[in-house]
Design a protein around this ligand. Structure first.
Ligand SMILES: Nc1ncnc2c1ncn2[C@@H]1O[C@H](COP(=O)(O)OP(=O)(O)OP(=O)(O)O)[C@@H](O)[C@H]1O
Length: 962
């Protein structure tokens, strides 16, 4: 197969006339290459031959005619074609009409080929950032090594992706311009000629006229075809010794002779890659092995992480959805069964089994009136999945970490993200958070504390939430998931700790997750991935017993798996053991965060820690010249990291910081309480209540808050907005007619969309009016000349204008009331810019599957969405389409935005849209997004959204700062 021809052939086929497709012969003549080359390349591209392409295009055209006119007759069809200059016989047309549509199942349409990104090299391999990291590093080094790269041998079991890997190396060489743009990729599978070594050598090296019987002319071989490019020899152990020796001269001197030649030598400028499934020590000549410096050993599927296996399963189902052009709904237990199964034939076998499963389900779909391919358990699937798979009989009832998934053909939006829901990879989460906090310039000591709470909560989740016990594997079945070594070790460990800790009922769920974790850890270590545990020292000091147990467990694994497990990892294992031994199902604790101007927070907390002997409260300093908004972002991020279910108690000193808890609640949904004018005694009292007092008398955030507030000196606390009421600003002066009017004018300029009310402090019924307003509205702040001390309302003094810090404070208050709730529904993962969709149906299906797969909606939402659209479409004049489904089927409110590259038709009046906003909104949240529609109706606002350069800017424009 010659790769530079690949693109040419693809191009010609893409541009051919649909009813007069080019035969292989014609393409060969156009490109001046052999017809066989065209045929082989076309097949490798999975493109059907010209006759079949013509038939398919005619079939499609007839279908369209039938859609328009269900009563259309054969004569009319023939007439329609004839008007386009195409003559069809009645016999041919009848045969096409009678033909089953199953052919669609096995062909990939030419159109789909355009989806492929020709520039992608290793990143298209699943595992490129995990188990294949080392292999890819080797490959890159081999390609880039001067002057002409290192000959490479790829070793791996059948189906581990050796051919694909070789192609990626070639693509990488092209991308890096090590090879010329038109450099060929020539591949030959030596096993195809295993019975005829003479033929193999003649095909590979070419031959001289008369070299053997039948050699009637000088003929070039594959080495010639590979000049300036890559020569890939698959199953190289089938190359006879003579053939291996002939390669020496190519590898050593860049020269070769064709069969039968003795005097002449030809230049061979080729980059050599070989591949074999065999042990190279025994299958290749020693002299040959020595000439290949780079050996790349691809891991088999058994040794890949569960995440990677899952990713492959998802990718292959997606591929089938694209191929069949049908939606495919796969039940979680099928997904988990595919992931858990062992495959002798590795990735290749996994892929073909998914294809077979989909093909069977497709036939079933054709015999029913379903619109989707449903893949659930039936006898056929049971046999596909479990035949010859030792001992997996009970697996089909398990689905520990998966959810049902819907795969939609031609997805563009969903392609943006390469991740799918699967249980959490604790390392990745920890790493990500750790670097995020580091980037924000947070002090290492504080990072450690924040991470500790983060890790604690993650483990707490494993123990208390997740999947019901009856969905879990038993300890016996564990071996199918993590292998014999780890499952045995875990079983013995379980026996040991049940003896030592007889009084405790060991939480099996944590044990299973510990086993999965260990298996992932071993793979991670084998692939040389780093393990970051920011809390190692703390764990060692404070959980010495758990750490000892972890060390003991680790020693056994180290022996069995022949790896060395680093300390950081032992720390994680200690955490699992801590969870295992936890007696009661306690909720996680209330967190304390202190935020103050200057360095007050860190200094105060240092003293509290020393006095109380704890290490918990988090201190955040706010240097005097820092913008409060920056600090709020920092605090929100930290709050999200520690995500305490029991809430966060904030201690702050003054100024805008009094709103910190409120802002955090709005942005993250975490319950908070804020105590201002922080003093050391109050912090110590809170620490005592949360961490030190009687463990059984656990107090809630509110208990602690009210206790502290009522025992310290009394003054009004600042506002905490907890309702969905509309908001307003109050303008005050003595009469409500003097300065207040001026203030209002200024505020209208700043906040044109806000409700602003005038009020006079001297009014008789001032208090009554305030109470009435409070019932209907959230008072964001009162701005005026005299502070009337309205309980729970921030007062901002107005003295002939606003100083910038006061304006900033007001901005901050307004923002949290106005747009934060909407902002909390806007998620970057659901905003897709400059996408291309063929039509509305395809777009809606994609969004639907995206929301379903990410757990925002039930499957019924998609049906309701289409039903709603059938009844009529919502479309704004400025080209925004607003499709919506029923709130009853929404699990979590989410808003999807899609900005289109090319407009598509949205309604039956042929109106076009360029932007789609799909709100999947729970009933309670409907009011919150009304504002959004208001701004989407506005032409200028949409214009701004159209100009946003990235998702961040897009969100910023949807929730402007004021
Ligand atoms: N890392 C991967 N990511 C995505 N797909 C993969 C990966 N590895 C293999 N595949 C797919 O699995 C199938 C088998 O791969 P390939 O033919 O490259 O394996 P092989 O090792 O050359 O097999 P054999 O030794 O049997 O020839 C192919 O369809 C390939 O696209």
């Amino acid at each position: 197969m010659v790769k530079n021809n690949k693109e040419e052939i693809k191009k010609l086929i893409l541009n051919e006339k649909p009813f007069e497709p080019l035969s292989d012969e014609k393409i060969a003549n156009t490109l001046s290459i052999l017809r066989e080359t065209v045929t082989e390349t076309r097949k490798s591209l999975r493109i059907i031959n010209s006759r079949e392409r013509k038939k398919k295009n005619i079939q499609d055209a007839i279908l369209k005619m039938q859609e328009k006119n269900p009563e259309i007759t054969i004569s009319q069809i023939i007439m329609n074609f004839s008007m386009q200059g195409i003559d069809l016989s009645r016999k041919y047309t009848t045969s096409i009409l009678a033909d089953e549509k199953t052919s669609e199942l096995v062909v990939e349409t030419v159109k789909e080929l355009t989806v492929e990104d020709p520039k992608q090299d290793f990143s298209k391999l699943v595992g490129f950032d995990y188990s294949l990291v080392k292999n890819i590093q080797q490959a890159k080094a081999a390609i880039l090594y001067p002057p002409a790269g290192l000959p490479t041998l790829i070793v791996g079991e059948s189906g581990t992706g050796k051919s694909l890997f070789a192609e990626c190396m070639y693509q990488y060489a092209l991308n890096k311009k090590v090879l010329k743009e038109d450099a060929p990729f020539v591949s030959l599978n030596c096993a195809d000629y295993a019975d005829n070594p003479q033929l193999l050598l003649s095909i590979l090296y070419g031959y001289k006229k008369g070299a053997f019987t039948g050699a009637d002319q000088n003929t070039e071989g594959m080495v010639d075809a590979a000049q300036g490019g890559v020569l890939f020899l698959d199953e190289i152990h089938r190359l006879p010794a003579k053939g291996q020796e002939m390669l020496f001269s190519i590898l050593d001197k860049g020269k070769f002779r064709r069969l039968g030649e003795t005097n002449v030598e030809h230049e061979a400028s080729v980059y050599f890659i070989g591949a074999t499934t065999e042990n190279i020590e025994s299958s290749l000549l020693l002299t040959f092995r020595r000439r290949i410096p780079m050996i790349i050993e691809l891991p088999n599927l058994r040794n890949r992480s569960i995440q990677e296996k899952a990713q492959l399963v998802y990718d292959f189902f997606q591929e089938e959805a694209n191929r069949t052009q049908c939606k495919i709904l796969v039940k979680n237990k099928i997904l988990s069964a595919f992931v858990l199964k062992e495959y002798q034939g590795n990735v290749g076998q996994l892929r073909s089994e998914i294809q077979v499963t989909c093909a069977n389900a497709y036939v079933e779909k054709m015999n029913s009136d379903k619109t989707e391919i449903h893949i659930d358990f039936n006898e056929l699937i049971y046999n596909t999945l479990f035949q010859n798979n030792q001992g997996t009989d009970n697996q089909h009832s398990r689905s520990i970490v998966f959810q049902d998934m819907l795969f939609v053909p031609h997805i563009t939006a969903a392609k943006v993200s390469h991740t799918y829901p699967i249980f959490e990879d604790i390392y990745k989460k920890v790493e990500l958070k750790y670097y995020e906090l580091k980037k924000m310039g947070i002090d290492p000591g504080e990072i450690e504390k924040i991470m500790w709470t983060f890790v604690l909560n993650k483990f707490d989740l494993i123990r208390s939430e997740g999947h019901a016990e009856n969905q879990l594997l038993s300890l016996d079945e564990l071996k199918y998931l993590v292998g014999e070594n780890i499952s045995q070790t875990i079983k013995s460990f379980f026996d040991e700790i049940t003896q030592v800790h007889a009084a405790i009922e060991i939480n099996k769920k944590v044990l299973i997750y510990l086993a999965i974790h260990l298996s992932e850890a071993v793979k991670r270590i084998k692939y040389g991935q780093e393990i970051i545990n920011p809390n190692l020292v703390y764990i060692k000091e404070n959980f010495a017993h758990e750490y000892d147990l972890a060390r003991h467990l680790v020693r056994t694994i180290e022996q069995k798996e022949n790896v060395i497990i680093p300390d950081g990892e032992i720390g994680f294992i200690a955490m699992y053991i801590k969870e295992l031994l936890q007696i009661t199902d306690k909720k996680n604790k209330v967190a304390i965060i202190t935020v103050c101007h200057g360095k007050v927070a860190s200094e105060m907390i240092a003293v509290v820690n020393q006095l109380m002997g704890v290490d918990f409260p988090i201190a955040i300093d706010m240097p005097f010249n820092t913008n409060p908004i920056e600090i709020f972002e920092k605090v929100i991020n930290i709050a999200q990291t520690i995500k305490s279910d029991s809430g966060i108690l904030f201690f702050v000193d003054m100024g805008s910081l009094v709103n910190v808890g409120d802002i955090v609640t709005k942005r993250t949904g975490i319950k908070t309480r804020t105590i201002d004018r922080v003093d050391m005694v109050s912090v110590m009292e809170a620490v005592r209540k949360i961490y030190i007092a009687d463990q059984n008398a656990e107090e809630t955030l509110d208990d602690i808050y009210y206790d502290i507030v009522s025992t310290r000196y009394s003054y009004p606390m600042l506002s905490v907005n907890e309702s969905n009421k509309p908001s307003l600003l109050l303008c005050l002066c003595l009469t409500g007619h003097g300065v207040a009017v001026k203030i209002k004018e200024l505020l209208i300029e700043y906040y044109p969309k806000l409700k602003i009310l005038l009020l006079g402090i001297m009014d008789e019924d001032f208090t009554l009016q305030i109470n009435k307003i409070k019932q209907q509205y959230n008072i964001i702040a009162a701005v005026g000349t005299i502070n009337p001390h309205i309980n729970g309302v921030n007062f901002i003094p107005f003295e002939s204008g606003f100083s910038s810090d006061k304006k900033q404070f007001l901005d901050c208050l307004v923002r949290q009331y106005q747009s934060n709730t909407l902002k909390s529904f806007l998620k970057a993962e659901l905003i897709f810019l400059d996408q291309e969709y063929a039509d509305k149906k395809c777009l809606l299906e994609t969004i639907g599957s995206l929301l379903f797969n990410r757990g925002y909606i039930k499957n019924e939402f998609i049906t309701s969405l289409f039903a709603r659209e059938e009844m009529g479409s919502t479309i704004f004049k400025n080209g925004v389409g607003i499709p919506h489904g029923l709130p009853a089927f929404v699990k979590e409110t989410a808003i999807v935005f899609i900005r289109l590259k090319k407009p598509i038709v949205w309604d039956s009046f042929d109106h076009f849209v360029t932007m789609i906003c799909l709100p999947a909104v729970k009933k309670d949240d409907v009011a919150t997004i009304n504002d959004l529609f208001f701004s989407l109706k506005n032409k200028d606002a949409v214009q701004q959204l159209n100009q946003a350069k990235d998702v961040g800017e897009f969100i910023g424009k949807l929730c402007p700062k004021q």
